[in-house]
Design a protein around this ligand. Structure first.
Ligand code: SAH
Ligand code: SF4
Length: 440
């Protein structure tokens, strides 16, 4: 989602006449888009800001303009803390207000001009901040996509009402919101005009999608995907991230009927023990999750599952953790993200007394990741010698082309540029846990 947001902010700035720079050193403006989901990500912001402060000072000493903007969920969560801890920040914008970027840039330029005239007050903190959750949707103000792209993101849903005990999303992204069907289709067509053949539908809770159609009727993700699949030029459709108990019949049937939906589903279970799931306020049991996996396999026998895991949630025992390992084996995940539980300020789990020792968290994460890597390697190795359709959508540093299989595996291929932005059958010659290499 942050990649999508960053692309949109770039489009907004390009409409004002800005262009992208290769490095911060070459830029007149740096925009740091931030994530608050885990402590590590959030703390990184302040170390990055420290570095940008020096750059800003150097540039200003040379008499050059430099605007430093911070956007995203850290701004939403830390609110005025940002301007207190980093008073040199010019613009701080929450994730629901980034369509206000032009207004904020105008404001800060004006403030800088006034400040420059006021010789007695040069050190004044002049940063501007906006962390509103505006009633008008930012999506109504975003410009059309500007860059050519064969593999595109499209946000259809944002925010979350689930309030998992560990998670900041409901607080930073706000309540759940679904874009109207027609808005989504319009953006899909614009993306197609820019060369999109793969569309990745995005939302923190994407399968809770319930946008209105033109008659005011609420429609599900299954319906929306059927509509998108009618666009001829679109060959591949994906969606992420799904909440297990929001997988309804319509989306399962869509997997059965629509070839264009890729046979890969990111369906985070988080933990394999019902005790932990309950404490996390996840609203499903392991049994229900496994039944869902079976249903999806029946609908689409070649489907592969990916997940997110949190280890060391407060109260997680060794037994609970073993149940997570059992789920990994039972589902046979082909890919996964796994994290140590990170207490987030303001979330209910952060104030629980039964926090798990850091050492135990590290041990469990190591064990889990080893198992997941092993599974991923096995899955990848099963492709050696096979031909797989790959959308080659970027160029690597050694001139090779890089793309994705239907299962989201990264593939590196030595191939001419004429294969770029096309789906081509690639013969897989080598597999590692994180990538495949092949030839055409
Ligand atoms: N809506 C999705 C996940 C969005 S957040 C879902 O419900 O599955 C992305 C991932 O970050 C989560 O799946 C979770 O594994 C991880 N995460 C969120 N909060 C976390 C925390 N406090 N500590 C560690 N991992 C966390
Ligand atoms: Fe966070 Fe996902 Fe839970 Fe929503 S459903 S609170 S985004 S983990």
């Amino acid at each position: 989602m942050n990649v999508y947001d960053s692309e949109k902010m770039l489009d907004i700035m390009k409409n004002l006449g800005y262009q992208t720079a290769e490095t911060p050193e070459e830029a007149d403006m740096v925009l740091l888009n931030t994530c608050h989901i885990r402590e590590k990500a959030a703390e990184k912001v302040f170390s990055d800001l420290g570095r940008l402060k020096s750059l800003k000072q150097t540039r200003e000493a040379e008499g050059k303009d430099f605007i430093l903007a911070v956007t995203g969920c850290v701004v939403q969560a830390e609110d005025n803390e940002i301007l207190r801890r980093a008073p040199y920040v010019d613009i701080a914008l929450g994730p629901q207000a980034y369509h206000k970027l032009p207004e904020m840039v105008a404001k800060i330029i004006r403030k800088k001009e006034l400040n420059a005239k006021d010789k007695n007050n040069n050190k004044k903190n002049i940063g501007v901040i906006n962390t509103d959750f505006p009633t008008d949707s930012k999506f109504d103000f975003l410009p059309a996509p500007m860059d050519k792209k064969s593999n595109a993101f499209l946000a259809i849903q944002e925010g979350c009402d689930k309030f998992c005990a560990y998670c900041v999303v409901p607080y930073t992204r706000g309540i759940e919101y679904s874009r109207p069907v027609e808005d989504v289709l319009k953006e899909a067509r614009l993306l197609v005009e820019k060369g999109a053949i793969e569309i990745n539908l995005l939302g923190q809770n994407v399968n809770a999608y319930h946008g209105e159609d033109d008659s005011g009727k609420e429609r599900s993700l299954g319906y929306l995907i059927r509509k998108i699949a009618e666009i001829d030029e679109i060959k591949r459709i994906r969606y992420t991230t799904s909440y297990p108990s929001e997988m309804d019949e319509e989306i399962i049937e869509a997997h059965r009927d629509i070839e264009k939906i890729m046979p890969y589903l990111h369906l985070p279970i988080q933990a394999g023990s019902d005790n932990v799931l309950k404490a996390m306020n996840r609203r499903y049991s392991v049994k229900q999750y496994m039944e869902l996996v079976e249903k999806l396999r029946k609908a689409r026998p070649d489907i592969g599952f990916a997940s997110d895991f949190i280890v060391g949630f407060p109260g997680e025992s060794d037994e609970d953790f073993k149940e997570t390992l059992k789920v990994v084996n039972d589902v046979d995940y082909i890919q996964a993200y796994s994290f140590k539980y990170s207490p987030r300020p303001g979330t209910p789990a952060a104030s629980l007394k039964n926090q798990v020792d850091e050492k135990i968290k590290i041990e469990r994460l190591d064990i889990l990741q080893e198992l997941l890597n092993q599974k991923q390697l096995q899955f990848n190795q099963s492709f050696v010698g096979k031909k797989v359709p790959v959308l080659l959508d970027s160029k690597g540093s050694q001139g090779q082309l890089i793309g994705r299989t239907p299962y989201m595996q990264n593939v590196h291929v030595k191939a001419e540029d004429k294969y770029l932005d096309k789906i081509t059958d690639v013969e897989i010659v080598k597999a590692s846990p994180n990538a495949l290499s092949g030839k055409i």
